[in-house]
Design a protein around this ligand. Structure first.
Ligand SMILES: Nc1ncnc2c1ncn2[C@@H]1O[C@H](COP(=O)(O)OP(=O)(O)O)[C@@H](O)[C@H]1O
Ligand SMILES: O=P(O)(O)O[C@H]1O[C@H](CO)[C@@H](O[C@H]2O[C@H](CO)[C@@H](O)[C@H](O)[C@H]2O)[C@H](O)[C@H]1O
Length: 558
């Protein structure tokens, strides 16, 4: 264990919540050092100007001790402060072997509280804290705090008798923390907090309790901080009543998600490619069809004309069109700027694709503007919002859809806006495009192949899989269905959402996986080609976009 700092205070751990000086000390010493080592802390690369304890909630532990749920505010030189959940537990030296379960990444520092010395840890690594969460959810407990209350809610998925289970922290390093109970329940603690109910809780509760949708893990419960109604400090977290801190679901037995499963199928496919053999196994089509159907069933479960305002279907109002256009235009502006800033870092193929994208700007602008006035009679509903192959767990014979938090770049309010479900469909179609492109253009088996040929093979696989998915999806609804007025609207909306998703992905790849930037760029250009076809068939408009060169996705040219 590498502990760089230690701290001594006369205050005992059990009374620490009410000692503001102690929290001031902790937030200036141990805690900033610690959170900057955590994957979930999104402010690492920003210029931090300070940390403070927004509020400290107390949770009694089964052995009579306490843990604290600290809401830590991080301030920056630019932009508004962020709030993070940091649960804290103190493991005194004489507590026996409790510390052996705490990995280095969960140890915050050596502290002496009163006359007891020990280690301050992230409480998720303390079994007593995990058990306290389970007990509180099981019993629908309300625990009063100086600033409101912690409300634990039990969902239908948490079975009678399951109030005491062996728990562990899942080793997934992501933006939240996950733990399991008896390998039967999965509890996600949200780290970055928002001033309202996390959309994931709304969605999962609705799908389980209202629609009884079977292909998500059943809702086991939630942990919510209901802040006191007063707003003395003007803190944004106190303006709203509910802040979601965690959500429990049934644990899904799975060894992989659909991204990995599709990767396995593509490995089989890949072996035939150098032999000029195009072979997709029948069971691959069966799986894609099944995922199409499950996606359709998800949207049917979310389409409830009798639901309350949060879930009731809505038409394509002027407000929505305005919102989408503005969001799209802002996104495009940011992406063009990012692309220009990073242009010289791109390889030659990505640079060629980037040029085509930039030259298509006017056509894209016109296409988006058309959305303002085009008659649209299809409906909008709440959707998944960040739907891709990695969000679907593959069980032995089926699929289970997870992670309903919505698009990471959007605010919580925007994540609750209703869209055509074709936005999710576009997300999955883009994901299949990613899967085949990443595999075919980054594998030793295809390294020496002619890039034009490889591009044609990749396109062929993608179009077959895309159409299989889409047909199975639309079959679920039958025709006509209020969500989809007609084929013309379906095509138009799919193109809009495909373009938006690919433009979004461009930013993600520039920031995290620069060698994959070509994948969304190719996706953008494919949509631009479709738009161009529509324009050309609508009237005698000359094509303004240079012919797309083939082989643009090849990473190593022979
Ligand atoms: N109900 C579940 N059962 C089993 N594993 C799950 C469940 N939910 C999530 N996981 C696993 O945990 C990982 C992270 O979950 P996710 O909801 O995507 O969290 P995050 O919002 O942190 O990305 C998933 O990729 C999956 O492997
Ligand atoms: O972390 P999240 O799952 O919320 O989503 C983010 O990361 C995803 C990458 O893991 C990213 O998805 C993109 O890459 C996927 C392959 O790794 C591909 O299947 C998706 O189609 C593509 O969008 C996602 O966009 C981002 O929000």
């Amino acid at each position: 264990m590498v502990i760089t700092q230690s701290l001594t205070t006369a205050t005992s751990w059990s009374t620490a919540a009410s000692d503001p000086k102690l929290w001031a000390m902790l937030t200036q010493t141990l805690l900033p050092l610690y959170v900057n080592t955590c994957r979930w802390f999104a402010g690492k690369a920003r210029q931090q100007t300070g940390f403070s304890a927004r509020t400290v909630h107390t949770l009694p532990l089964p052995d009579g001790n306490v843990a604290y749920l600290l809401i830590l505010e991080a301030s920056y030189a630019d932009g508004v402060p962020e709030n993070y959940l940091l649960p804290l537990s103190f493991i005194a030296d004489q507590t026996g072997d409790a510390l052996t379960d705490v990995p280095d990444k969960g140890r915050i520092g050596e502290v002496t509280f009163g006359r007891k010395s020990g280690i301050l840890v992230d409480a998720i690594y303390d079994g007593r804290f995990r058990q306290a969460l389970l007990t509180a959810i099981y019993h629908n407990q309300i625990v009063s705090q100086t600033d409101g209350q912690l409300t634990f809610h039990r969902g239908q998925g948490l079975e009678e008798g399951d109030q005491e289970l062996v728990s562990r922290v899942l080793p997934v390093d992501s933006s939240n923390s996950a733990m399991t109970f008896g390998d039967k329940y999965f509890l996600k603690l949200y780290r970055k907090l928002f001033q309202e109910t996390n959309p994931e809780v709304d969605m999962v509760a609705f799908l389980t309790d209202e629609s009884h949708f079977a292909n998500i893990p059943a809702f086991g419960g939630s942990v919510v901080w209901q802040a006191a109604d007063t707003n003395p400090s003007g803190s944004p977290l106190r303006d709203h009543a509910d802040v979601t801190l965690g959500m429990m679901q049934r644990m899904v037995p799975n060894d992989k998600d659909s991204w990995m499963q599709t990767g396995d199928y593509l490995n089989d496919f890949l072996y035939g490619v150098p032999q000029r053999m195009f072979a997709i196994r029948e069971d691959v089509f069966d799986k894609v069809e099944l995922l199409g159907r499950r996606t359709g069933e998800l949207h049917c479960a979310l389409y409830k004309p009798t639901a309350d305002a949060a879930f009731a279907p809505e038409p394509f109002t002027d407000d929505y069109r305005q919102f989408l256009i503005k969001r799209f235009e802002d996104l495009l502006e940011r992406r063009y700027a990012l692309l220009i800033d990073n242009y010289t870092k791109l390889d030659a193929q990505a640079q060629r694709l980037a040029w085509v994208f930039m030259e298509a700007k006017e056509m894209i602008d016109t296409f988006i503007a058309d959305f303002r006035t085009r008659p649209l009679d299809s409906l909008r509903i709440r959707i998944h919002g960040d739907y891709h192959l990695g969000q679907v767990l593959a069980t032995e014979n089926d699929f289970v859809i997870i992670d309903f938090e919505g698009e990471p770049e959007s605010s919580i309010t925007d994540r609750k806006i209703k869209h055509s479900p074709l936005k999710d469909v576009a997300g999955m179609i883009r994901s299949y495009h990613y899967a085949v492109s990443a595999k075919l253009f980054n594998s030793a088996e295809t390294d020496t192949l002619d890039p034009d040929h490889l591009q044609r093979v990749s396109d062929r696989w993608f179009y077959l899989i895309r159409d299989t998915f889409l047909d199975a999806y639309l079959d679920v609804f039958g025709a006509p269905h209020p969500l989809f007025k007609n084929n013309t609207e379906i095509n138009f909306l799919l193109l809009i959402y495909l373009l938006e998703k690919a433009v979004y992905e461009l930013g993600y790849e520039i920031s995290y996986r620069p060698s994959w930037v070509k994948i969304p760029l190719k996706g953008i250009i494919d949509v631009v080609r479709e738009i161009e076809k529509i324009r050309l068939s609508d009237g005698n408009v000359e094509s303004g976009v240079p012919m797309l060169q083939t082989g643009l996705l090849q990473t190593q040219r022979p």
